[in-house]
Ligand binder design. Structure first.
Ligand code: B12
Length: 347
């Protein structure tokens, strides 16, 4: 059933408009009332999450990209939506009942949902938790920025059916791989998802994930098709993964070095534009790490396109992206595979 069938025509648009007003006013209670009213009118939970909450977040992202909203406003809006989705999760019975009913009784296996390390985008994973809980699964949400150690601890604490890993950033793939390794070494299958992945599942396969799902619509079916146990993933070998391992701890240093190179130019970016570029370059270098790991120049090509939009709306011309990528390339002179990857991405 589509959203249009679930709600009278125009009702979703109305809910989205009201929700947007509440979110932009940082009024979490009102935002919750809006989605509560839509659900009471017969809207499906998945429709409310996709067509109201996620749609609002996309609008927030567009405003930041266009330079109209600050990161602080983006955070505040996301906090409202997180409040709403946590309330919806509680409404479908989530995060409760993890303890065994009787002392000594072993709880049934749960789905562990975790963001990759350094990944702050927790809301997408929370939406997935809510829909899986509604579908009858026992779900445990570990939150944003989950370290390997935290995941290891959780796997010891909770009998686990599968680990679901969320990555909104294409620069997170190395950290996704660590979660895949951790889970598979305990025999536990993994499902990955989020904007960091390509729809065809190429990156997920390269990282050794058991499966990928696009979101709430297909995740329950993907979980149903998982094997009970998996073998430990094979190590990633070859020049790309080797350079990725060496480069990852130097991401910030490489980004800083590239900024210093740019600063020496007569046409160097200045002021706010330079600050924005300095903020984004570690993400670009992180995408080079990801591209090396999964052997895919597209990861870097996409981040170049995104950087272009960010800089363009802040007064940087298209040539600034080319200059920035060239400065990163120069800074990576000790990483020949990374240089080849960047050349392929910018060809
Ligand atoms: C809000 C937001 C932020 C906030 C996050 C605040 C917070 N507390 O969460 C802040 C301001 C901190 C932020 C920061 C950054 N962000 Co941001 N952010 C967003 C934004 C606008 C919304 C994210 C969101 O809440 N979505 C809502 C959910 C419901 O939507 P969803 O992702 O579509 O979720 C579905 C699917 O993805 C899927 N799914 C997701 N995870 C999983 C997991 C599994 C297992 C499965 C099966 C499915 C699944 O199912 C979900 C439900 O259907 C997105 C843009 C967007 N359109 O989503 C950018 C976006 C994710 N951000 C982006 C970037 C680049 C950044 C920054 C690097 C920018 C910067 N340098 O400042 C930083 C990085 C911070 C970090 N270390 O994580 C890019 C990522 C591009 C990429 N693929 O690499 C995006 C896509 C924006 C863009 N188009 O450029 N961001």
């Amino acid at each position: 059933m589509t959203t249009a069938e679930a709600l009278p025509t125009g009702r979703v648009a109305e809910a989205l408009d009201d929700y947007w007003d509440a979110v932009s006013a940082n009024d979490a209670e009102r935002a919750l009332q809006v989605v509560g009213a839509a659900l009471d009118d017969g809207a499906r939970l998945s429709a409310v999450l996709d067509d109201v909450v996620a749609a609002c977040q996309r609008r927030v992202g567009g405003l930041w990209l266009d330079g109209e909203w600050s990161v602080a406003r983006e955070h505040a809006a996301t906090a409202v939506s997180e409040y709403v989705v946590r309330a919806l999760l509680a409404r479908v019975g989530g995060e409760a009942g993890h303890e065994p009913a009787e002392p000594g009784e072993r709880p049934s296996p749960a789905l562990l949902v975790a963001c990759a390390e350094r990944e702050w985008h927790a809301l997408p994973a929370l939406v997935v938790c809510t829909l899986l809980t509604e579908a009858g699964h026992r779900v445990r949400f570990l939150g944003g920025d989950v370290s390997t150690r935290t995941l290891q601890g959780a796997l010891l604490d909770v009998p686990t059916q599968a680990v679901l890993i969320s990555a909104s950033l294409a620069s997170s793939l190395l950290f996704v791989r660590r979660h895949v390794e951790t889970a598979s070494h305990s025999g536990i299958p993994t499902v990955v998802g989020g904007h960091g992945f390509d729809p065809a599942g190429r990156r997920a396969r390269a990282l050794g994930a058991t499966a990928q799902a696009s979101g709430g619509a297909d995740v329950a079916g993907v979980v149903a098709g998982l094997p009970a146990r998996v073998r430990p993933v094979e190590p990633l070998t070859g020049p790309g993964p080797s350079e990725a391992a060496l480069l990852a701890p130097r991401t910030t240093a490489v980004a800083r070095g590239a900024m210093s190179r740019l600063a020496e130019r007569p046409d160097a970016p200045e002021g706010h534009l330079a600050d924005v570029l300095a903020d984004q370059l570690p993400v670009v270098v992180g995408c080079v790490v990801s591209g090396l790991l999964v052997d895919e120049p597209d990861v870097v090509r996409e981040t170049g396109g995104w950087l272009g939009r960010v800089l363009d709306s802040r007064g940087g011309g298209p040539e600034l992206v080319d200059l920035a990528l060239a400065a990163v390339r120069d800074e990576l002179h000790d990483f020949p595979t990374a240089v080849t990857l960047l050349d392929a991405a910018t060809a």
